[in-house]
Write a protein that binds this ligand. Structure first.
Ligand SMILES: Nc1ncnc2c1ncn2[C@@H]1O[C@H](COP(=O)(O)OP(=O)(O)O)[C@@H](O)[C@H]1O
Ligand SMILES: O=C(CO)[C@H](O)[C@H](O)COP(=O)(O)O
Length: 568
């Protein structure tokens, strides 16, 4: 029998990667990565306002560049399926044919016509209004399956914000689509009304639930924002799991990608959920997808969870990870991003002073900047790991991009305490890594307190692969072993597994996981000598967190002067 291949396409925050995989064995044949050009220049972003928008042309260019490259490695007729995962909630406005508004004349440079990236927090007021109304309007609390707290990172808050702010976009937007859905529609070229939207995206971010027949009611949505009136009808009622067929490649896209119209395109999903599938998630495992942010994904049998609702997480959705099981999501809004923020702070002289150097030529300045910039993160890991935790009192909160879970509050800010004249950059770096691990412990505890036991922890993603220090600290803080998945491109591999099921190579996702899983690279065991000390520091982290949260409440969530830092 001829071999069959599938392509998993993973749209991360900074780049997209395509992974060509043997659909029967999971062997990774070829991969290609493309960094988004406009995003790299932060063209439609304003960090001071927490505005992060991505232009669809970045995504289209990346699609062509990566898929064409990997497809060259095998006969195209043998590429039987592909699937897309993206970040989320990353919605964008579209016209009645599903064309992204930013691709239409007059909207090319308008950030409100682009995709509103998951980490965009411009919709804080709208999220607060959704929460307030959900609790007081007298009808169904539509947030109940999304942890009971709606986040500014999510679909309806973002739409309400944009339509309030931009009359032209509000008028031109026939509908809105999650990024994973828009790309899947683009490739299949179907009709927007009958297009199969992602269960994963709708259930976790758009308050879709079968108990109330799909999306929240028109009455509720218009109570939140009258300009949302009529949109519900132009969105969707049904949703589909990621192992289902969305369609086949259209003639146009088969040609543009160097593939054929026989290639099946699966329904879209989110990166973290696809990553968890590749991380060989099973009942009561927590897969930590550790990249710029972290998503903690858990699955559990539907009948065992029954009517239990886990408060303060990012939702529990039938089939959002493995069809037939409940998928639960939690996470932290800044993990790699927190460490990258700190690197940015200490790189300030490289950015601002080096270019003024009278000693080095422009080429030498650039070479020095690149050399140091490449080394800083790895060297900070080494130096921080060498510090005995009992000899440092520096304590940090990991909330530079707000707190996603437990109990979303994106208005919170990061903080560092116990600095002394002896504090160095590695001390602060260590405190940030510890803060990430304490934040993770709070999430694990929340699941367990609410009756969802966590039987094993699996790490994957850039941070899990690159920072042994982070993973060892996490094992010590959680006092649990942590396995790290082998694949460097786990979300893309998970998307490839979904594609293999949609293309009929495997009967279901669990069989695809068994056949295509690449196993684990290493395992971190907790160091018993560290556990008690980290428990004590965890309690300090919690007390510090309560203090900062209280202080933020007293100031009405407003800490605007800190944002000025972002301008440098
Ligand atoms: N040595 C390192 N230690 C810890 N974090 C790192 C290291 N090198 C890079 N990172 C972080 O990894 C993150 C990128 O991870 P990756 O999984 O590729 O991202 P994405 O979330 O976009 O998929 C960045 O936020 C970066 O700060
Ligand atoms: O919340 C998400 C999924 O539900 C986002 O996709 C995620 O947090 C962004 O991921 P990454 O860290 O890979 O950029």
């Amino acid at each position: 029998m001829d071999p069959s291949y599938v392509i998993g396409i993973d749209y991360g925050t900074d780049s997209v990667r395509a992974l060509l995989v043997d659909a029967r064995t999971g062997a990774e044949v070829a991969q290609a990565v493309h960094n988004y050009a406009r995003w790299k220049e932060q063209r439609y972003c304003n960090a001071a306002k927490n505005q992060f928008r991505q232009h669809p042309l970045d995504h289209i260019e990346g699609l062509e560049a990566t898929v064409r490259q990997v497809a060259q490695n095998v006969p195209t007729a043998q590429i039987v399926g592909l699937a897309i995962d993206t970040t989320g909630s990353t919605p964008g406005p579209v016209d009645e044919n599903g064309v992204a508004l930013a691709l239409k004349p007059g909207f090319e440079e308008n950030p409100n016509a682009m995709f509103v990236l998951w980490k965009d927090h411009t919709a804080l007021p709208e999220a607060a209004e959704i929460n307030e109304k959900a609790r007081t309007w007298g009808g169904e609390d539509f947030t109940q399956f999304e942890g009971g707290i709606y986040s500014s990172e999510w679909f309806w808050a973002k739409i309400a914000h944009v339509v309030r702010e931009d009359e032209a976009v509000a008028k031109a937007a026939y509908s809105w689509m999650e990024h994973c859905d828009w790309l899947t529609l683009l490739l299949t070229g179907g009709d927007l009304a009958s297009f199969k939207r992602s269960r994963c995206a709708a259930g976790h971010k758009a308050m879709w639930h079968e108990n109330w027949g799909g999306l929240p009611s028109e009455d509720f949505l218009t109570l939140v924002e009258p300009k949302l009136g009529g949109l519900r009808e132009r969105l969707f009622q049904e949703t589909y799991t990621a192992d289902e067929v969305a369609g086949h490649l259209s003639e146009e896209w088969a040609q543009r990608l160097g593939l054929t119209i026989n290639t099946v395109v699966a329904v879209g999903s989110f990166d973290a959920h696809a990553g968890a599938v590749a991380g060989e998630i099973e009942a009561y495992s927590m897969v930590k997808v550790m990249g710029t942010s972290t998503c903690d994904i858990v699955v559990a049998p539907m009948q065992e969870v029954g009517g239990k609702l886990v408060p303060g997480i990012c939702g529990q959705v039938d089939g959002s990870v493995i069809p037939g099981m409940l998928g639960l999501e939690a996470g932290q809004s800044a993990v790699g991003d927190l460490l990258a923020w700190f690197r940015g702070v200490i790189e300030w002289p490289l950015r601002m002073l080096l270019p003024q150097s009278q000693v080095l030529s422009a080429e030498q300045q650039q070479a020095l900047r690149t050399e140091l910039s490449d080394k800083i993160m790895a060297e900070l890991n080494v130096a921080a790991a060498a510090i005995d935790p009992e000899e440092t009192a520096v304590l940090a909160l990991d909330w530079v991009n707000g707190r996603r879970t437990p109990d979303a509050n994106q208005a919170l800010k990061g903080a560092i305490m116990n600095l002394t004249m002896g504090t160095t950059a590695p001390h602060i770096f260590r405190a940030l890594v510890e803060a990430i691990c304490y934040g993770s412990k709070q999430i694990v505890e929340r699941f367990e307190q609410e009756g969802i036991p966590i039987k094993q922890v699996i790490g994957l993603g850039g941070v899990a692969k690159k920072s042994a220090f982070m993973m060892q600290t996490l094992a010590d803080v959680l006092n649990r072993p942590i396995k790290v998945a082998e694949s460097d491109q786990a979300p893309a591999l998970g998307a490839a597994m979904y594609a293999a099921v949609a293309a009929g190579i495997h009967p279901d996702v669990v069989t695809a996981q068994k056949a295509m899983g690449n196993g684990f690279a290493e395992s971190y065991e907790p160091n018993p000598a560290r556990v008690a000390d980290y428990q004590r520091r965890y309690e300090q982290y919690q007390a510090f967190g309560q203090y900062v949260e209280h202080a933020t409440e007293l100031r009405g969530g407003e800490v605007a002067e800190t944002e000025l830092v972002n301008q440098a």
